[in-house]
Design a protein around this ligand. Sequence first.
Ligand SMILES: NC(=O)c1ccc[n+]([C@@H]2O[C@H](COP(=O)([O-])OP(=O)(O)OC[C@H]3O[C@@H](n4cnc5c(N)ncnc54)[C@H](O)[C@@H]3O)[C@@H](O)[C@H]2O)c1
Ligand SMILES: O=C(O)CC[C@@H](O)C(=O)O
Length: 525
Amino acid sequence: MPKVLISDKMDPKAAQIFRERGVEVDEITGKTPDELKAIIGQYDGLAIRSSTKVTKDILEHATNLKVIGRAGIGVDNVDIPAASAKGVVVMNTPFGNSITTAEHAIALMFALARQLPEADVSTQAGKWEKNRFMGVELTGKTLGLIGAGNIGSIVADRAIGLRMRVIAYDPFLTPERALEMGVEKMTLDDLLLRADFITLHTPLTDQTRNILSRENLAKTKKGVRIINCARGGLIDEAALKDGLDSGHIGGAALDVFVQEPAKEHPLFGTPNFVATPHLGASTTEAQVNVAIQVAEQLADYLVTGGVTNALNVPSLSAEEAPRLKPYMALAEKLGGLVGQLAHGELTSIAIEVEGAAAELNQKPITSAVLAGLMRVHSDTVNMVNAPFLAKERGLDVREVRHDREGDYHTLVRVTVGTQAGDRSVAGTLFGNAAPRLVELFGIKVEADLAGHMLYIVNEDAPGFIGRLGTTLGEAGVNIGTFHLGRRSAGGEAILLLSVDEAVDDALLGKVRALPGVKTAMALGF
Ligand SMILES: NC(=O)c1ccc[n+]([C@@H]2O[C@H](COP(=O)([O-])OP(=O)(O)OC[C@H]3O[C@@H](n4cnc5c(N)ncnc54)[C@H](O)[C@@H]3O)[C@@H](O)[C@H]2O)c1
Ligand SMILES: O=C(O)CC[C@@H](O)C(=O)O
């Protein structure tokens, strides 16, 4: 039974779903990195929010981990390259808390417009400072969105409802989508010049880090009010403080900080500054949504192989997964076969599909071929990290989908480019389920690829099979199945034998010494 750790506070629905789906679950929150390292090796899945930092160091101890699920959107607390290199799938729940976070941005915009937090503190202190708190209306003001994705577009919708004019800077926003959203797309400089309020809704990337830098803050309209419910690091916090102190910036509300938890901060106590402790996603509704989604996604992956909302592998629906499963087994075997047989450096690999296979999602088939190919050299390769490793090694990977009718109702062909030329193997599924090799280096042959096998290339001549049988028999090696293929009578023949025991080097030497043998190799699947 797969086992999952929930390491951050999460709605109880998550644990309930895991149990209902046959996944064992432990909820252990508030662990230090060292404590997490000590226990993470027991788990197949890890469900987190933003507190757990899944670093490379933690991943090195996660010997059984297959999937990490973030109950939320931002995955900057997960080292995705390290997870990918280790073959761990990383998923998030991209929509579960979008409305809630957009509402928090709108709430902070109101808080700034009417100085609500300061007015509350003053009133409850018995001061009744009616003249101190003069607000501004939102109606007719211009809201500048930096980032117009899921959350940004909900903020735009709500702001338009408040009769605000919404302008947006997002390099990936198409003119059609901007029109549909009712926002005016523009450059960042134009937005900075025109916005009365600016709200940030981008992920933190190398391009967005410090997007509101000191220089950019200086370009804003005097009195601008700034809201950040996305990620700390998007704004230069020191420059923001200077802007508030000088009065150039009329107000700022931060839900997120460069360093979290932010228990002390130079901005704290600054007039017109509002802070919340990363509460963007903190509503009952959003937390139930993301808990349910993350548990369903992790359980799907661990139980059926379905992949939803993964950031480092292609998606695979729970309906597709069972159809693709036998193909992935076939693909891994074909990859493993060429990996074992092809000598020297591989420069390219082409994965071709035809017949029924051509109607499927090809990405998982390709990943499985690459995993089989590279697992020949490393036990830690799997379908998740194989494409990354292939890219890292400069292997040129091509996917080809054929429309044509072939000899088989379904076929997967793998061709690797080597210094000696191209080498190709092909396989089909018998009964849509059983992987079967049907072609090896241009020769028709029909074989299961399973267990210990012996691959022999020899000159097709009478008496050879008898001599081979005797040699194996004398070594106590029992032949399970025997598959023969040849280009032409008396030409080159290929033999693929499954044997009950591994063939050691001494026996291989004897096989290679038999008359007519050109190549003999032990294979394993
Ligand atoms: N405060 C919270 O609790 C909380 C809750 C949920 C999400 N978030 C954060 O909100 C952010 C946005 O979430 P989302 O669901 O809208 O994401 P999203 O992926 O739907 O949208 C992000 C948008 O940013 C745009 N973008 C990317 N690079 C950009 C750049 N250089 N300049 C301008 N725009 C750029 C993208 O094109 C995209 O449209 C994420 O960082 C997420 O972590 C915070
Ligand atoms: O889990 C949370 O409370 C914050 C989530 C939020 O930052 C997100 O990116 O989804």
